[in-house]
Ligand binder design. Structure first.
Ligand SMILES: [Zn+2]
Length: 168
C-alpha cells in the first residue's frame, strides 16, 4: 500500500524514475540498519530507509525478481548484495528524472530506492558491466517494463537510448 501511494504521488508530480548500471565504480557506503536474506537474495537496509521492515523489502524485491525471471530468465545473486537506500545521486540526469536503482559491478552491489527498480538492475547483472551505457540493451525490455507497470513509458521516460537492436 505504501509503495502504491508513492507511485501514485509520482504520477501526479510528473516525475520519472530510472535505473542504471555503473560499470567501474564502487558503491557508496551505507549505514546498515537491517539485514535479511532468503536463498541467494541478500538485502541490507540503510539507516535512512528503516520505516519499512527488511522482511517487507525482501518479499517485495522477491516479487519483482520473480516477475523479471518469468520473462527474462534467472539471474543468480549469490555474489551480490541488494541495498535499500533513501537516495541515489541523480545529478547527472536531466531534470525530472531520478535514479531508483544502480548496479555497481566492482562492488557486486545493487542499490535501490524502490523495489520496482530491481528488474532493470537484474538485466544489468545479466548483461554484465558492458551494459552500463545500455548499448547492448534489449529493444524489448522497456516495452516489457511498461506492459507490467514498472515504467511510465516504453523507454523509461526517455531515459533508455533509441533502440537499435541488442540482446535478445
Ligand atoms: Zn540502466
Amino acid at each position: 500500500m505504501r509503495r502504491l501511494g508513492f507511485l501514485l504521488l509520482c504520477r501526479l508530480a510528473g516525475c520519472a524514475f530510472v535505473g542504471c548500471g555503473d560499470g567501474g565504480t564502487i558503491a557508496p557506503p551505507i549505514q546498515v540498519a537491517q539485514e535479511c536474506a532468503e536463498g541467494d537474495l541478500h538485502v541490507q537496509v540503510d539507516a535512512g530507509q528503516t520505516s519499512v521492515p527488511c522482511a517487507h523489502w525482501l518479499s517485495t524485491l522477491k516479487y519483482y525478481r520473480d516477475l523479471y525471471t518469468s520473462r527474462w530468465g534467472p539471474v543468480g545473486l549469490s555474489e551480490w548484495t541488494v541495498q535499500v537506500v533513501a537516495h541515489i545521486d541523480s545529478d547527472s540526469l536531466p531534470a525530472g528524472l531520478m535514479y531508483t536503482g544502480m548496479t555497481y559491478f566492482t562492488s557486486r552491489v545493487i542499490q535501490v530506492t524502490a523495489a520496482t527498480a530491481i528488474a532493470h538492475e537484474l538485466f544489468h547483472v545479466h548483461l554484465g558491466s558492458e551494459s552500463s551505457d545500455h548499448h547492448n540493451w534489449s529493444c524489448e525490455f522497456g516495452p516489457w517494463e511498461y506492459s507490467v507497470g514498472l515504467a511510465r513509458t516504453p523507454d523509461e521516460g526517455g531515459y533508455l537510448p533509441p533502440c537499435e537492436g541488442g540482446a535478445p
